[in-house]
Ligand binder design. Structure first.
Ligand code: DOR
Ligand code: ZN
Length: 344
C-alpha cells in the first residue's frame, strides 16, 4: 500500500481570494500547498486595470504563509476595457490573461460580457501576445435550463471563438459536463480545469426533495453521474489537457442560507489537495496525480514547472465544519468527513 506520495509542488489555476478580512483568512489555505495560484478577478471591486492587478497581487502575497508563493491575476474582461492598459499589462506579465464572465453566469458577473462578439478585439490581442483566455463557460439566457448552460455556451459561443482565433490558448474553467470534457479533448489549444467538487457530487447532492443544499450550490452546478465519471477520467487518465483549478469560493455561511439570494460557491481550499489525492487513489491513478497537480498547468500556461516538492501522507484527516476567524465564518466543503490523505 502507498503510504506517502512526493510530488512537485502544485499550482491552483482557479481560486477566489476575495478582499478584506475574508482574504486574510482564506489565503493561507491556498498558499499552504501551492506555489502559485490564479486569483480570480471577480472581487467586489472588479480587477480591470494594471494598477489594480499590481496591488491585488501584493495584497494576496503579503497575506500568504509561504515565502515564494505567487498570485497570478487575470483581467476581468468588459466591453469597456482600457485596451492600451490591458495590452501593456499583458506585455509586462501584470495580467496572466483575461477572464471572460458572460453576464449573470455567476458571482459578480453582472458587469461581465453581454455580447461576446464585442470583445473579439480583446481575444485578438490575447492571441497576438500568446496569452490565455480563461472562460466561465456558461450561458444564462433565454430560460436555458441550469444544467444545460455549459453546453449552450460551447455550442453558441465557444465553438466560434475556437474557430476564429485558432492560436488563442483557452482554458475552459471548472469543466462540469461530459460535453465539456469532449469539447476540450477534441479541439486544439484548449485545456480545462477540474474542481474536486465536480468529481465528488452529483445533482442529488444539491437538489433533493425540492430543497437546495446551499453548501453544494456552485456555478456551474454539479450534474449527473455520467458527467462526474467523465471528469474523473479526464483528470486521472486522459492526457495533458486538464489540471487543478479548485474554484475554492468562500462566502459567509450566513449568506449561503438566504434562499432568496443564494450565493454560488464551494469553499474547498482547506482540504482540496487531499481530496484530489483521494479521488486519484479511488481511480487507481495516484501515479498520475503529479501531472494533473503540477505539470499540465504550467506547460499550458507556458510557465516553468516548480522546483520544490510536497509530500502527502496516508493519514486520516477530518475536515472541520467551519473556517472561523474574527467576523468570518465559512462552511468548509467536505465538512465533518474523513479524508485518507494529509499534506505533511
Ligand atoms: O460557484 C461559483 N462561485 N462559481 C463561480 O464561477 C464563481 C464563484 C464565486 O466567485 O463565488
Ligand atoms: Zn470561480
Amino acid at each position: 500500500m502507498t503510504t506517502d506520495i512526493k510530488i512537485i509542488k502544485p499550482d491552483d489555476w482557479h481560486v477566489h481570494f476575495r478582499e478584506d478580512e475574508m482574504l486574510k483568512v482564506v489565503t493561507k489555505y491556498s498558499s499552504r500547498v501551492n506555489r502559485r495560484c490564479i486569483a480570480m478577478p471577480n472581487t467586489s471591486n472588479l480587477i480591470t486595470s494594471s494598477d489594480q492587478a499590481v496591488s491585488y497581487k501584493k495584497l494576496i502575497e503579503s497575506n500568504s504563509h509561504s515565502k515564494n508563493f505567487e498570485a497570478l491575476i487575470p483581467c476581468y474582461l468588459t466591453e469597456s476595457l482600457n485596451i492600451d492598459d490591458f495590452t501593456y499589462a499583458l506585455q509586462n506579465n501584470i495580467f496572466v490573461g483575461g477572464k471572460l464572465y458572460p453576464t449573470n453566469a455567476t458571482t459578480n458577473s453582472q458587469h461581465g460580457v453581454n455580447d461576446i462578439k464585442k470583445i473579439y478585439n480583446i481575444f485578438e490581442i490575447l492571441e497576438k501576445e500568446n496569452s490565455i483566455l480563461l472562460i466561465h463557460g456558461e450561458l444564462n439566457r433565454n430560460n436555458i435550463d441550469i444544467f444545460d448552460r455549459e453546453k449552450y455556451f460551447i455550442d453558441e459561443e465557444l465553438f466560434q471563438i475556437r474557430n476564429t482565433f485558432k492560436d488563442l490558448k483557452i482554458v475552459l474553467e471548472h469543466v462540469s459536463s461530459e460535453y465539456g470534457v469532449d469539447f476540450v479533448n477534441s479541439n486544439n489549444n484548449i485545456a480545462g480545469t477540474i474542481t474536486p467538487h465536480h468529481m465528488l457530487l452529483t445533482k442529488d447532492d444539491v437538489f433533493k426533495d425540492k430543497q437546495i443544499n446551499p453548501h453544494h450550490y456552485c456555478m456551474p452546478v454539479v450534474k449527473n453521474e455520467s458527467d462526474l465519471l467523465s471528469l474523473r477520467r479526464a483528470a486521472c487518465f486522459e492526457n495533458n489537457k486538464f489540471f487543478i483549478g479548485t474554484d475554492s469560493a468562500p462566502h459567509q455561511a450566513k449568506d449561503k442560507i438566504q434562499h432568496d439570494s443564494l450565493k454560488a460557491g464551494i469553499f474547498s481550499s482547506p482540504c482540496s489537495l487531499e481530496l484530489y489525492a483521494s479521488i486519484f487513489e479511488e481511480e487507481n491513478a495516484l501515479e498520475n496525480l503529479e501531472k494533473f497537480s503540477s505539470i499540465n498547468g504550467p506547460k499550458f500556461y507556458g510557465l516553468d514547472i516548480n522546483n520544490d516538492f510536497l509530500t502527502l501522507n496516508k493519514e486520516e484527516m477530518i475536515v472541520p465544519e467551519y473556517t472561523e476567524e474574527g467576523n468570518i465564518k465559512v462552511k468548509n466543503f467536505f465538512a465533518g468527513k474523513k479524508i485518507d490523505w494529509k499534506v505533511s
